[in-house]
Design a protein around this ligand. Structure first.
Ligand code: SAH
Ligand code: SF4
Length: 398
């Protein structure tokens, strides 16, 4: 079953964000969110914290921000009043602002989030029975131009800062009310149990910020998500792949999508730089590869493009020897997309060939389609608005 081209939204897909006041970064004050422990230490010392106290202060402030979710220095009650004042004079604890939240009929939540400079990115929360996955963005737009991806059609691109990346996790925790309550019994259930870097952008083209942000998210004194619950998805930026294992240590997903260079060149143009063989050689060397930490091969199902039995068999041959699972993603259509989703029976036959060859091959259930929150549908609202106005003008013969 393929999705309608223009799904009837349960809430407006875009909001006239251009009319909202644009908030500029607060002048002069450093945002503490997203700083590594070392950077936080340096910042506190530069603001006048005595060096001998620095380690303790870092621990305290860190816990307030990332364990308790406190944004206001006045609430950091184990700090002396004058120290709180000093912090407030020099710093802010700020997360990006949610300018629109939509909730799908299936419970998926999509947040349109505004970052400094008035840019926008999208964040998606996907509740499932046994886990809750937060899909976060690493860039505004994407410099790569995968032909099936809505984000890839967005012109405006900028890297997110580490703070803007961590901030996405924090604002989702705010919305889900997931910060611990002081004095209440410890609640081990996690609404956000997994984080996937599968939103807008190519995370390995913003390596340092993504790394620093994930270090903060994994830190045991704060949000404390295990590295095995974080998955970074890349289109195949070969020189950075091993670094991801070494410096972040999270799980890896690769947007594979095709079994010949000819087709992959068209779908994932970065293939022209690092082709299938180069990519697979690099994956074979992935430092963290094991049966318990398999690489996920993502494979978008595009009707008559990459979904034949021969493709399935080639895929099995290509990845032989790599501990892997294959995630089949039914194509999520977007207005003007040049492809169509493969028929459901075709996807099942494809999955079956992979399964019989020994691979787990789950078909990813499209989530949040009614609010354009599914994989590859993210594109910031201002960009969409801009495009649709241009289209309207064209239609009117202007
Ligand atoms: N830039 C990274 C991560 C973001 S995209 C990457 O490309 O891996 C997350 C996944 O969604 C990728 O596998 C991507 O190829 C896939 N995707 C993009 N557009 C899609 C669409 N319209 N339908 C289904 N999957 C899509
Ligand atoms: Fe960028 Fe990933 Fe979309 Fe390709 S699929 S354009 S790499 S976000």
């Amino acid at each position: 079953m393929s999705a309608p081209l223009s799904p009837a939204p349960t809430a407006p897909i875009t909001q006239d964000v251009l009319t909202l006041p644009r908030k500029l970064p607060e002048g002069g004050k450093t945002n503490l969110v997203g700083l590594t422990r070392d950077q936080l230490r340096d910042a506190l010392i530069a603001a006048g914290t005595p060096e001998r106290q620095a380690k303790m202060r870092v621990g305290q402030v860190w816990q307030w921000i990332y364990h308790w979710g406190v944004r206001d220095f006045a609430q950091m009650t184990n700090l002396a009043k004058d120290y709180r004042a000093l912090l407030a004079e020099n710093f802010v604890v700020e997360v990006p602002e949610v300018v629109n939240r939509q909730i799908s009929a299936d419970g998926t939540r999509k947040y349109l989030v505004r970052i400094a400079g008035g840019h926008e990115v999208e964040v998606v929360y996907i509740p499932e029975e046994t886990r809750g996955t937060l899909c976060i963005s690493s860039q505004v737009g994407c410099t790569l131009t995968c032909s099936f991806c809505h984000t890839g059609t967005q012109k405006l691109v900028r890297n997110l800062t580490a703070g803007e990346i961590v901030g996405q996790v924090m604002l989702a925790r705010d919305d889900l009310n997931e910060w611990p309550v002081p004095g209440a019994p410890k609640d081990e259930t996690r609404l956000i149990s997994n984080v996937v870097l599968m939103g807008m952008g190519e995370p390995l083209y913003n390596f340092e910020n993504v790394r620093d942000a994930m270090k903060v998210v994994m830190d045991g004194e704060g949000i404390s998500l295990s590295r095995r619950r974080i998955t970074l998805s890349t289109s195949g930026i070969v020189p950075e792949i091993a670094r991801a294992a070494e410096e972040i240590g999270c799980l890896l997903a690769v947007s594979f999508h095709a079994t010949t260079d000819e087709v992959r060149d068209k779908l994932v143009p970065v293939n022209k730089k690092w082709n299938i063989k180069t990519l697979l050689d690099t994956l074979r060397e992935y430092p963290r590869l094991s049966n318990s930490e398999r690489i996920t091969f993502e494979y978008v199902m595009l009707k008559d493009v990459n979904d034949s039995d021969a493709d399935a068999r080639r895929l099995v041959k290509l990845i032989a020897g790599i501990p892997a699972k294959i995630n089949l993603i039914p194509f999520n259509e977007w207005p003007g997309a040049p492809y169509v989703r493969s028929d459901w029976e075709r996807i099942e036959v494809f999955a079956d060939i992979l399964y019989k060859a020994g691979y787990a091959s789950p078909i990813r259930t499209p989530r949040g389609e009614d609010i354009m929150a599914a994989c590859g549908q993210l594109k910031s609202a201002t960009e969409r608005a801009r495009k649709s106005r241009a289209e309207i003008a064209a239609e009117a013969g202007l």
